[in-house]
Design a protein around this ligand. Structure first.
Ligand SMILES: [Mg+2]
Length: 384
């Protein structure tokens, strides 16, 4: 067995416009805009490749599109039709692996490592997916094949439409080097301009700059973006059964630095999250605390546990420890929240029926501690 990871990013080509062209022969081969009409406020959702030649692109104001492409056809979107088409496409993808993460109506990641772990096999799956989408739905998709999500998404965009692009560990640096820094996940327009004004125009520039010098420009994003510039990305394909996160957060009516209030809020959130985890029959390994201060500065701090939990006291304790580590003191807090992620099955059945004194004692002690601090009312669920 190899531990190679192969991720596919499937992206339908000009999805809404392609559906309309498929269903209306009169639109084929013509510049087609799906969105608001050109004489009204509003934008183009998607346009056909024929329209792109005129410089029209998605999210462009319809009036601008009308000027660039005065003879184009404008049709209103039919979201119901696109959404049922999307379900059919996702069902085709689901035939290849359950490791499927739809990220929008026309895009999804697939982790095919467990199905096949050789590059040839991953490419073969991509080819078969394209064939089935074409044969059964009469639409085209572009697919990127790569060792991780970032590279797979990048790859699917390189040879649109109807592309199949492979990025490997061997060619990734060469492919990344000349691309704009804007292609890095998490680099929006503002960050891109800031980087460019410091001479960092390409992903290769970011790689060569190194983390220490990036830190002054990017803060705590530096490490992450530098890893992306090396073509590294550890993010997993998130299937529905390991949904992104379960969390809870509250914004206070009046910003507060009162520790008692903050603790009480965390406790309620931990309780709510734990009961949701239990009802989903899952447990979380990562606990994240989010704080937003009065000046809207927002921080998140996380901790990864040795074993996944669905226990409110554990979630509360860890979130509180993260909070204390921040030493917020008199700084007023506007929002506080906990989220949990990194889902795994809850501890074994054995553990569920574990009546061993150690666990009980630990729980009881934690309950008592919280009771002492907050009174019995705040504890409900734990003492059942
Ligand atoms: Mg698309």
């Amino acid at each position: 067995m190899s531990d190679e990871r192969w991720i596919l990013h499937v992206d339908m080509d000009a999805f809404y416009a392609a559906i309309e062209q498929r269903d209306h022969p009169a639109y084929r081969g013509k510049p087609l805009m799906v969105g608001s009409p050109p004489d009204r406020r509003g934008i183009i959702a998607t346009c056909s490749y024929e329209a792109r030649k005129f410089g029209v692109h998605s999210a462009m104001p319809s009036r601008t599109a009308g000027k660039l492409c005065p003879h184009g056809i404008f049709v209103p979107p039919d979201m119901k039709k696109y959404s049922s088409e999307s379900k059919l496409i996702m069902a085709i993808l689901g035939d290849f692996t359950p490791q499927l993460e739809p990220i929008s109506v026309d895009e999804a990641f697939l982790d095919v490592s467990s199905v096949r772990n050789l590059l040839g096999d991953a490419v073969n799956i991509a080819r078969r997916i394209k064939e089935r989408i074409h044969r059964e739905r009469n639409l085209t998709a572009s697919i990127g094949v790569a060792p991780n999500k970032f590279l797979a998404k990048l790859a699917s965009d390189l040879e649109k439409p109807d592309g199949l692009t492979v990025i490997t560990d061997e060619n990734k640096l060469a492919i990344l080097a000349p691309l704009s820094v804007g292609k890095l996940w998490g680099v929006g327009e503002v960050t891109r301009q800031r980087l460019e004004s410091h001479g960092l125009k390409t992903i290769g520039d970011i790689r060569k700059a190194g983390v220490p010098s990036l830190r002054s420009l990017l803060g705590n994003q530096a490490e992450h973006l530098h890893q992306l510039s090396l073509g590294n990305d550890a993010r997993e394909v998130e299937t529905e059964s390991n949904a992104k996160s379960i969390g809870s957060e509250n914004t206070f009516d009046v910003d507060t630095a009162d520790e008692k209030t903050l603790r009480k809020t965390l406790l309620e959130q931990a309780d709510e999250i734990a009961s949701e985890l239990r009802s989903e029959n899952t447990a979380a390994r990562t606990i994240t605390l989010k704080l937003r201060y009065s000046d809207f500065t927002t921080i998140t701090r996380r901790i990864t546990l040795d074993s996944p939990t669905q226990d409110d006291v554990t979630i509360y304790d860890r979130a509180l420890a993260l909070f204390h580590a921040e030493k917020t003191g008199d700084k007023k807090i506007r929002l506080i929240g906990i989220s949990t992620s990194g889902f795994a099955p809850p501890a074994s059945q054995l553990d569920l029926f574990d009546t061993s004194s150690e666990k009980k004692q630990r729980l009881a002690k934690a309950v008592d501690t919280i009771r002492a601090k907050h009174g019995t009312k705040s504890i409900g669920r734990t003492v059942e």
